[in-house]
Write a protein that binds this ligand. Structure first.
Ligand SMILES: [Zn+2]
Length: 40
């Protein structure tokens, strides 16, 4: 099961994939990617 980034949770600042809404991996975020691994 995959988790969603919760914009209302203070300690969870992860971004959500623009395509599917799932949490974008931190490593991908740092590379400037706004989509999850599944969406490419
Ligand atoms: Zn995605």
């Amino acid at each position: 099961m995959r988790s969603f980034a919760d914009p209302f949770a203070g300690e969870d600042d992860g971004a959500n994939c623009l395509r599917c809404g799932y949490l974008v991996e931190a490593a991908r975020e740092k590379r400037g990617l706004l989509t999850c691994a599944a969406c490419g």
